[in-house]
Design a protein around this ligand. Structure first.
Ligand code: NAI
Length: 413
């Protein structure tokens, strides 16, 4: 990396920092009180500008921060270089690493012997549990950013295999109802549009999964004038999608109609060979779920007679009958892993990372037992209050009488 790369990374970080009022508010206190003095924070997250602002905030609070990526394609190398040049931060993240290099970078973070881990997807925590069990007793706690990571941790907790406390940052209202819904919705569609330069209006967009992310993708695609079809396995969410006005059907049927497919399930094999066999020529396939397992690329590779890179970030698969199916970002997170992806909008990550920073402090303070924990509600409310304040939005307060009324069971007709 050259000095020009470092400068460009710094420019990107500074732009993000200017638009993150929640982290700015926390920074004032961090610089003054140094709440993380002497703490080592190990992080495995998407290393781009917003994450860099979080890492620097933790360092400004007194922590030594060691960071690497949580996806081989989502690192911005210039940002990683600028971060590595920052006092108190070591960045091992690199774009386009292979599996061995990815795990070597995780190991480099673990070499710092973190007191707290901050994960997006759980790879750092799992690596420590599997390869470095001798470090587990020295770790005060962790924070997990995304739905898939929380799922993995809960499964681990159910098996009594999780050896330190972890906050499910993903599950807070300030994260999930904004980041997953609006962040994934806007950034996935932006990335698809920028990567393909194709229109959404009038197209049929199939959204796999109608959870928090799927809801966001469906709503934004609808707003752009697309016809939206939702696929689901949960009957209540399928009904909700139906009542929002979307068509709901199995993927096999939706596949025949799709111009664009976006998977958001956190599950594997959502789009399979049966679907590839039915798809229209020119269909665009993208995944917004955490891992690259939602579109069955092994099956597609087997089925296709030829494949080639038709644009940066777009791989075309030609079927035996001459149709062309276009997969974006190798089936990895489309909003983070195409060459033009920027991840979620800055303001959304300000909220998520406000919760992260306060959760790091709290997990150090409160002595939680090993296992997955909800982030305390006052942390989440505090982040919302700072944000409203920054936006200049005032709200009503409950009066004493209203408080009393809401907490009493004696009021009837
Ligand atoms: P969620 O649990 O709210 O939603 C997932 C939905 O998929 C559920 O409603 C589930 O019933 C449905 N589903 C599961 N298997 C299915 C199948 N075979 N076919 C159709 N539907 C199926 O989870 P959330 O928060 O929406 O997250 C989804 C994924 O996106 C996770 O992997 C999460 O880590 C990831 N994520 C990605 C982000 C990004 O930047 N792209 C941001 C936040 C989360």
């Amino acid at each position: 990396m050259t000095q020009a790369d470092v400068d460009e990374g710094r420019r990107k970080i500074d732009w993000a920092r200017e638009h993150m009022p929640i982290l700015a508010d926390l920074r004032e206190r961090y610089l003054d009180e140094k709440p993380l003095d002497g703490v080592v924070v190990g992080m495995a997250m998407h290393v781009e500008a917003k994450t860099a602002v979080l890492a620097e905030l933790l360092a400004e609070g007194g922590a030594e921060v060691a960071i690497t990526g949580c996806n081989p394609l989502s690192t911005h190398d210039d940002v990683s270089a600028a971060l590595d040049a920052t006092d108190g931060v070591h960045s091992y993240a690199e774009h386009g690493v292979d599996k061995d290099e990815y795990y070597e970078a995780l190991d480099a973070v673990i070499d710092h012997e973190p007191d707290v881990t901050v994960d997006d997807g759980g790879d750092l925590i799992f690596r420590i549990h599997e390869e470095y069990p001798e470090l587990l007793d020295g770790i005060a706690g962790g924070c997990e950013e995304t739905t898939t990571g929380v799922h993995r941790l809960r499964a681990m907790d159910d098996d009594d295999a999780l050896r330190y406390p972890v906050f499910a940052v993903n599950d807070t209202p300030m994260k999930r109802q904004f980041d997953n819904v609006h962040g994934t919705g806007e950034s996935s569609l932006s990335s698809i549009a920028m990567t393909t330069n194709l229109l959404f209006a009038g197209k049929t967009v199939v959204v796999g999964g109608y959870g928090y992310c799927g809801r966001g993708v469906a709503k934004k695609a609808d707003g752009l004038g697309a016809n939206v079809i939702v696929t689901e396995v949960d009957p209540r969410l399928a009904l909700e999608a139906h009542m929002e006005g979307y068509d709901v059907m199995p993927m096999n049927d939706a596949a025949e109609r799709a111009d664009v497919v976006v998977t958001t399930t956190g599950n594997r094999d959502v789009v399979t060979r049966d679907d590839f066999e039915r798809m229209k020529d020119g269909v665009v396939l993208a995944n917004a779920g955490h891992f690259d397992v939602e579109i069955d690329l092994d099956a597609l590779n087997e089925y296709a007679v030829e494949t080639r890179e038709v644009r940066d970030g777009v791989r075309e698969y030609e079927t035996p009958d001459g149709r062309r199916l276009n997969v974006l970002a190798e089936g990895r997170l489309v909003n983070l892993a195409t060459p033009v992806s920027l991840g979620h909008p800055v303001e959304v990550m300000d909220q998520s990372f406000g919760v992260q920073a306060l959760a790091v402090e709290r997990v150090l303070e409160d002595g939680y037992d090993a296992g997955v924990h909800d982030v305390p509600d006052d942390v989440d409310r505090r982040v919302a209050e700072i944000k409203l304040d920054a936006l200049g939005i005032e709200t009503d307060d409950l009066s004493d009488e209203q408080h009393e009324y809401m907490s009493s069971w004696q009021h009837g007709t």
